[in-house]
Write a protein that binds this ligand. Sequence first.
Ligand code: ADE
Length: 391
Amino acid sequence: MRIDVVSIFPDYLAPLELSLIGKAREAGLLDVRVHDLRDFTTDRHRTVDDAPYGGGAGMVMTPQPWSDALRAVAGQGPPGLRPHLLVPGPGGVRFDQAMARRLAREPWLTFACGRYEGIDERVYEHAREDLGLEVTVVSLGDYVLGGGEAAVLAIVEAVTRLVPGVLGNTGSLLEESHEDGLLEYPVYTRPSLWQGREVPGVLLSGDHQAIARWRHAQRLTRTAARRPDLLHAAQADAGLQLRLALPADVPELFTLTRACWVQEAQSNNRLDIPALTEDLEAVRASLDTTQTWVARRAGRLIGSVRTELRGDELHIGRLMVAPDLQGQGLGRLLLEHAERTAPDGIREYRLLTGAKSGSNLRRYRRAGYRPTPGEPAISGTVELVKHRRDV
Ligand code: ADE
């Protein structure tokens, strides 16, 4: 991959000679060239900025040096190849891991580092229309840096480590933050006891399945706590907060469960349903053995679902929506959320409902679940299965 960076502070880009990027350059995997914008000025003072038309604070970068620099860089490639021009700026599209993956597949990126109030807008049109470049303004986040250079360092590091061969151990690319929409699990190394703090016992158990389960649960908990926005895009729209249940949720969860399962009891003409007979302590204990998610809107607990991993199956249970809010798609949202939490290796989703719970059965059928053949383990119930599509 070829990378060009145009800046008025070429020294700012010196870290591109270090570490992984430096090694990848030496190995010929990356061809990085840094250019001084002032080399493309034509006046004695090497001027790159001027006052904004229309007034206002600060200075604007003038078009001529940019035009000359971009033309010179774009003309250096093999015939027919043009770089993708990336201009870091707080007004750009948000840079994320998905964009890093897309950029890592491109042969040539060129970065234009703006300073001051930005680059004269006509430079973007000129680059697109006269130089034939694809132009993307890209932002690291909702804050303002002094210029594009620090953003270039971040973007180049995120992109180039995804270029095949740059990272020695490609295993580190798996299961890392953002690769599958979840944050990373916590990591530990020797010593196992340090300043009175122990490494979680499961990591020393040698039980690889248990370790994988623990790590996955940690990723979910962390994501729910630190970045709930990653868990379900629809949450924000609906003002719905979806997170893992805490002990403080247990009393309300217990009450909601009872309210929801009365309908089940009526439909199936039986009261010996665990959801109706279990006590508060059993609900509390279930938080340790399952992943229980609670949905709140305006502070009120309005729904819940829980999952349990068994071998290559994800068992989904206790899917409930407050009786007065049913029929609005919340159940579907919770079910989809439960399915999305399945770690790699899960091949099917399973759930169970009353044999006479007509509306539940219809809903699950619409969501792709089908009854399993044979007798159910619990009489009067139907076991349903859905095969995961992405495996
Ligand atoms: N330049 C100034 N602020 C920036 C930001 N948030 N992201 C990328 N480049 C920038």
